[in-house]
Design a protein around this ligand. Structure first.
Ligand code: ATP
Ligand code: MG
Length: 305
């Protein structure tokens, strides 16, 4: 069973007294495996938050199906195993972290001693021990974000849905958030997080889904998406007369005293390497140059235009 399955999800917003329609989700299909970190990547306005709201039952979709741990989202029961960190969480300024978490826990059926214990453990886990009785207006953005995560974890959910968890965090805050997300996976949780920041995804997700303009354009294991996406090969060589090299392959540069040739396919690599050796040259390296997630993302964006 998948942790989350979305099939053909559609959502249209209407405005101007229903005259104008905005088709925001145009048939989203994605699957999140249990125990993985899934990156939901897309530019501003692509439909990430709208998708998440449909998954949480905060918005009613126009069509399609959402299954959380195999159960349709329409069943309130399906949300018992879900924790949610909203985009830019805002909490009442005059509460303390302990009060906020006590309130969050009260929504679930937990005995008071268990609540106290869990709140202490969660505050420790997100690095807010010692700050639990400070009013939230004195919290920094990073502390609010970490408290939001503690709040999302209060019911010990199996699936965590985090909408832009890195937004507004400085490098240290991002590093902490990354470590927290990794620790959730280690604890066997499934983490689904949205972002438009490619670098964060590249460093941490098992699989990624790229959403553009309300459609999932690519989905897969990050390693496979990137492995399948070798852009070109570089062959570094030396010892061959430049005139001979130019006859073999005109597309070359001189780098660090070597010739570096750029080739499109592995078949070309084989032919060129043979010719270089045949002409008394020496091969120093053959390097496949892979696309980064950023290259994949931008090539999808270009294709969509
Ligand atoms: N309630 C609404 N009524 C009308 N349009 C809406 C509503 N909510 C969202 N939209 C529109 O839907 C589109 C997708 O918005 P959404 O918030 O899902 O994007 P996003 O991918 O989360 O973007 P961001 O990275 O900026 O958070 C946007 O064009 C937005 O203006
Ligand atoms: Mg959003």
């Amino acid at each position: 069973m998948k942790a989350l399955e979305i099939k053909g999800l559609r959502k249209t917003f209407r405005s101007n007294f229903m005259l104008k329609k905005y088709r925001v989700l145009k048939g989203i299909d994605l699957e999140v495996e249990r125990g993985e970190i899934y990156g939901f990547l897309g530019p501003n306005g692509a439909g990430k938050t709208t998708t998440i709201k449909c998954v949480l039952g905060l918005l009613n979709a126009d069509g399609g199906e959402v299954l959380v741990e195999g159960r349709p989202v329409a069943a309130i029961d399906s949300r018992r195993c879900v924790g949610f960190l909203p985009e830019n969480p805002y909490f009442y300024d005059y509460l303390t972290a302990r009060e906020l978490l006590t309130f969050a826990a009260s929504l679930f059926d937990l005995p008071p001693p268990a609540v106290r214990e869990r709140i202490g453990a969660l505050l420790h886990r997100v690095g807010l021990s010692g700050r639990e009785d400070l009013k939230l207006r004195k919290y920094s953005k990073g502390m609010i974000q970490r408290l939001g995560l503690a709040q999302a974890l209060i019911n010990d959910p199996d699936l965590l849905i985090l909408d832009e968890p890195f937004s507004g965090l400085d490098p240290i805050g991002r590093k902490d958030m990354r470590a927290l997300i990794f620790s959730l996976r280690e604890a066997g949780k499934t983490v689904f997080f949205s972002s438009h920041i490619l670098q964060d995804m590249e460093m941490m997700v098992d699989r990624v889904g790229i959403i553009l303009d309300g459609v999932i354009r690519r989905q897969g294991k990050l390693s496979e998406l990137i492995a399948r996406s070798t852009q070109y090969y570089e062959v570094a060589c030396t010892g061959i007369a430049e005139g001979r090299l130019a006859q073999i392959q005109s597309n070359y540069a001189v780098r660090d005293g070597h010739y570096v040739l750029t080739l499109a396919s592995d078949a070309d690599v084989n032919l060129v390497v043979e010719s270089i050796i045949h002409n008394d040259g020496r091969i120093i390296a053959v390097t496949p140059v892979k696309m980064t997630l950023e290259d994949i993302f931008f090539s999808e964006m270009r294709n969509g235009q």
